[in-house]
Ligand binder design. Structure first.
Ligand code: TMO
Length: 320
């Protein structure tokens, strides 16, 4: 009889005896993808740290969101802990259609990735957060480089910002920040002098728990807005809408994990972060100056109850 069937039978008939599968089921390293914003990196180290407690060997592989999919598809990388609807939906569905990359479920967190401004901007640009207010106020956001047009500071992730600016006839130019840190440097500079700024931001993020501000309300996103020029306020161009306002946040894995490391697979399925949890770990790194590893270690040591609840029943930790 197959080991797993036997184990299942024993567990079914003797619910009072707990049977721990020997861990790790494979010595091969579990390779976790890290991207370039803090919550994703801290969550990766949290999961990796938990795997190490369980006896697994773990490696981290730094990737751009645009180049991360092939490795998971082929099984050379195994896990992505934050797949955001607003930036990754299209690629995620396209690649997972082949069946090699699997949807490992959604976090409770509800996500949004959108143009964002600090609250004080409303004093000088009435009508916000409605996007039409930007038509009248564009010049307020000008920099030396963009004047008389306003500057929209975009993140280092590819988004159809130029298409949106064109379709909504906004008097803005896109400046692309090279790193997430550059976004926060510019935000803090503006904040200090209460200078108008509009930039790419997202939730959950550290900004949620430390700053006041709002997302711009563009025309509500639909799939058609991205494909059919006839849709929406501009009949000639697509992208006359915003990003999804309440998006999902998924986990993804290489399908072969299930066979090779079943307990790690189960943990990833159960791993679950809320908006507040993600904002808090991001703030440890982006505001409080901890390294991503330090933030992950702190979280693991203070949240044993949470991560213990992710362990499948048959996957207990090895005795220390
Ligand atoms: C993918 N991101 C959360 C940075 O928008």
């Amino acid at each position: 009889m197959n080991y797993k069937i036997l184990l299942f039978l024993i567990m079914a008939v003797s619910p009072l005896i707990s049977i721990a599968a020997p861990l790790p089921e494979s010595e091969k390293p579990i390779r976790i993808i890290t991207n370039n914003w803090s919550s994703q990196i801290v969550l990766s180290y949290i999961l990796g740290g938990l795997y190490q407690k369980m006896g697994y060997s773990v490696e981290y592989v730094e990737k751009e969101i645009s180049t991360q999919w092939g490795g998971i598809h082929r099984g050379s990388e195994h896990i992505q802990v934050e797949v955001w609807e607003g930036t990754m939906q299209e690629a995620f569905y396209r690649i997972s259609k082949y069946g090699q990359m699997v949807d490992m479920g959604s976090h409770d967190a509800i996500t949004r990735e959108e143009w964002w401004y600090p609250s004080y901007v409303e004093d000088v640009c009435p009508g916000l957060p409605d996007w039409k207010a930007l038509k009248k106020c564009a010049a307020l956001f000008a920099t030396d480089k963009t004047a008389p047009k306003g500057r929209y500071l975009a993140g280092p992730w590819e988004k159809p910002e130029k298409a949106r600016i064109r379709a909504l006839e906004l008097d803005f130019e896109v400046e692309v920040a090279k790193t997430a840190d550059d976004l926060w440097i510019e935000l803090e500079k503006a904040y200090k002098h209460r200078k108008p700024i509009v930039l790419f931001n997202w939730t959950p993020n550290w900004v949620d728990v430390r700053y006041e501000g709002k997302f711009i309300e563009f025309p509500v996103h639909t799939a058609e807005c991205e494909t059919n020029p006839e849709w929406g306020v501009n009949k000639k161009w697509t992208f006359d809408c915003g990003n999804p306002p309440s998006g999902w946040l998924k986990k993804a894995a290489w399908v072969g994990m299930k066979e090779r490391w079943p307990c790690a697979w189960g943990v990833l399925q159960n791993m679950n972060f809320t908006n507040i949890m993600i904002g808090t770990v991001a703030a440890m790194a982006d505001k409080d100056g901890m390294s991503h590893q330090q933030a992950a270690q702190k979280w693991l040591s203070e949240n044993a109850k949470v991560w213990s609840s992710w362990l499948p029943k048959q996957c207990s930790l090895p005795m220390k």
